[in-house]
Design a protein around this ligand. Structure first.
Ligand code: ADP
Ligand code: MG
Length: 260
C-alpha cells in the first residue's frame, strides 16, 4: 500500500533502521597502505612508529577505511580478535599517551587520500544518502566548554561522522543559564539511537569498564558497544618513553622537548 510505503520510507529517512552502507575500495595493498600511514605519522613526528603495541589497531583501521570485510577488532570481554563490522564506528581504549588520539587523527588524514564514499541512510525516495568517510576529532572538554558558552551541542549530534577524543575526561556536568547537562551522555545517547551516524571514540576507559557504566549509565554503555568496533592500544606513555630513551641525556634538549 502506497501510504504504508511512504511511512516506511519516512521512517528509514529518519535513520531508525541500520542504514550505514559501506562500499569496498578494493583491491588495495595493505603493506603499502601501512607505509603511507607510517609516513603520515612521521611527517608529524619523526619518532612515530607502528609497532607491536599498535599494529593490530592501525592495520584494522586501514581495512575499516578501505571497506575491507577482512577487518577485525577485539572482543571487549575476551580481548581476542573477532571479525569487525564496517558499518560501525571505532572505540580505542588505552592508557594516557599510548597514541589513541593520534590514531584517530592520522587515520582521519588518511581518509583524505581517496574520497571514500559511504551511504548514510536513505532519502525519502529510498536512495542512499552519500557522504564521505571523514571525521573531525573534537576533545570532550571542548564540547563541554562550547555548551557552557553557547548553550548547544547540536552539531555533535548531527555530524554524520564524529571523532570524540578522551571520553570520560570531561566534567560530569556543564552549566548554561542554570541548565546542568551531562553533555557527552546526551550526545552519545542521541547518536546511539541513530543508525546513520559513525562515531569514533578514544578513552582511557575500556568499553566494558564499570566506571564507564557508572559515569554514563547502562543505556549509553550498551549503545557504545553496539556503535563501535573495539580496540585497545597497550604500552607505555609515548611522551615519557622518548624522554627515557637510552641515548637521551639531561642536556639533550631535543629529546626532552614537549612533543605535542
Ligand atoms: N605511534 C606512535 N609512535 C611514536 N610516538 C607516538 C605515536 N603515537 C603517538 N605518539 C606520541 O605520543 C604522544 C601521545 O599520543 P596521544 O595520541 O596524544 O596519546 P593518547 O591519546 O593515548 O593519550 C603524541 O604527542 C606523540 O608525540
Ligand atoms: Mg588522547
Amino acid at each position: 500500500m502506497e501510504v504504508i510505503d511512504n511511512i516506511l520510507r519516512r521512517i528509514q529517512s529518519e535513520g531508525y533502521f541500520k542504514s550505514v552502507k559501506r562500499y569496498a575500495y578494493l583491491p588495495y595493498d595493505l603493506n603499502l597502505a601501512m607505509q603511507v600511514v607510517e609516513a603520515i605519522g612521521k611527517s608529524r613526528n619523526p619518532n612515530f612508529v607502528i609497532d607491536d603495541e599498535n599494529r593490530f589497531t592501525y592495520e584494522n583501521l586501514v581495512r575499516w577505511v578501505q571497506g575491507d570485510n577482512a577487518m577485525m577488532c577485539l572482543d571487549p570481554e575476551t580481548k581476542q580478535p573477532v571479525p569487525g563490522r564496517l558499518d560501525k564506528g571505532i572505540y580505542i581504549a588505552g592508557n594516557t599517551g599510548t597514541g589513541k588520539s593520534w590514531a584517530l587523527e592520522i587515520m582521519s588524514v588518511y581518509t583524505t587520500i581517496d574520497k571514500i564514499q559511504i551511504g548514510f541512510g536513505k532519502d525519502y525516495n529510498g536512495k542512499d544518502i552519500l557522504g564521505c568517510l571523514h571525521w573531525a576529532n573534537v576533545r570532550t572538554d571542548t564540547m563541554c566548554e562550547e555548551f557552557s558558552r553557547e548553550g548547544t551541542y547540536d552539531k555533535y549530534k548531527q555530524w554524520k561522522c564524529l571523532g570524540i577524543q578522551d571520553l570520560g575526561a570531561e566534567p560530569v556536568e556543564s552549566l548554561y543559564m542554570g541548565n546542568r547537562v551531562d553533555v557527552l551522555r546526551m550526545i552519545l545517547e542521541y547518536r546511539g539511537d541513530r543508525t546513520d551516524r559513525i562515531t569514533l571514540v578514544t578513552s582511557n576507559l575500556p568499553i566494558n569498564h564499570q566506571k564507564l557504566i557508572d559515569r554514563y549509565g547502562d543505556r549509553v554503555a550498551s549503545r557504545l558497544t553496539e556503535m563501535c568496533n573495539y580496540f585497545e592500544i597497550k604500552g607505555a606513555d609515548r611522551r615519557k618513553v622518548r624522554n627515557l630513551a637510552p641515548n637521551a641525556t639531561k642536556s639533550d634538549g631535543a629529546s626532552n622537548a614537549p612533543n605535542k
